[in-house]
Design a protein around this ligand. Sequence first.
Ligand SMILES: Cc1cc2nc3c(=O)[nH]c(=O)nc-3n(C[C@H](O)[C@H](O)[C@H](O)COP(=O)(O)OP(=O)(O)OC[C@H]3O[C@@H](n4cnc5c(N)ncnc54)[C@H](O)[C@@H]3O)c2cc1C
Length: 340
Amino acid sequence: MDAVVLAVGGSAYADPYRLSTAPNYLPSPYPLAKHATNIPRGCRVGILGTGLAAVDVAVTLDALGHDGPITMFGRSGQLPTVRGPQTSYKLTHLTPTAIENAAKNAPLSIDAVSRMIQDELRAAGSSPQLLLRAMRPQPPLARLSAQLDAFLTSSDIGPQILQIAVATVGQDLWYLLDTTAKHWVLDHLHRTVMALCCPMPAFNATRIAKLLATGQLTVHAGITAVHPARSGGFTVATGTGPTAVDLLVNTITPARRHTPHAARGLIDHAIATGLLHPNPAGGVHVFRHTSQALDVQGRANPHLYILGELTSGAFYFISGMPVLAKRSADIAHHITRHTY
Ligand SMILES: Cc1cc2nc3c(=O)[nH]c(=O)nc-3n(C[C@H](O)[C@H](O)[C@H](O)COP(=O)(O)OP(=O)(O)OC[C@H]3O[C@@H](n4cnc5c(N)ncnc54)[C@H](O)[C@@H]3O)c2cc1C
């Protein structure tokens, strides 16, 4: 074999509250159709997390006619933004060349990235202020309603610019970003970045807004602990006090994901033999242009390519199909041009 592509995926949902053995706890929401149909209609459902999977769970329960209370629990309580109508737009400031030039003498700083984003927003007729307004803390229903209204009354494409940038140059931006800045983003900005860059479809947003408006769905921020109750349910402690639920569905994905269980032996062995070099931000080190594995000396392995979750520390934005397709194309291109 001349070339190998390691694409072993990512770890399953995290279990930060160590509930895996508790009754009435679903460690992962999927397959949703199977799990959701088994949930009694009137029971109090708690959802750990407020991201896309949490939205999926609430929308599916609603579609199945669930009439008990649904509560989402998270640290920030921030729901994903809403995917607006898509406009064709070509980035002029956030280009690979501009990013490489900005990182020519030193790794990119947060300020440098912020300047490029601001220039791009202005060039597109949007503004940083509009984006900051969309990101300011607001109750979930007010935020969702404002976003849904904005699609009817405004033509601002600011959020869409970020979504385009993530799929096209997001990986270059992250790769060339200063290491301290990477850790700061992972520790402080990860949820906001994901909420903006991985939006929910407007259809789901409308269903969530309806559930919030009727009071059937509530979102609690500031989760601190989850305690299994003797009766079989759970008490979830948050900034607003304890909430009792009968069943918990987990949708928590950590900012730094681990190697999946099935691949741990393989990856640990490759690291132990020096074939792979762990990246402190997640996964392993790879060469930016070709996704070839880098060894401890930073040399690209001509036979070994890495795709997907194992490149999370290198590229950060790797979990959606458009990004995977782009990186797969880069790898295929390099393999077909390489003489073995
Ligand atoms: C419910 C759900 C919905 C999603 N919806 C969307 C969506 O709408 N749009 C979107 O863009 N993305 C979506 N995603 C994300 C997308 O599915 C993932 O980003 C994508 O599947 C990752 O592909 P991958 O090939 O890197 O990893 P995976 O699809 O996880 O594949 C990894 C493969 O490696 C195998 N493997 C692991 N270890 C070993 C080993 N030691 N030896 C051999 N094989 C091994 C696994 O069995 C698996 O087959 C969704 C994800 C989920 C969970």
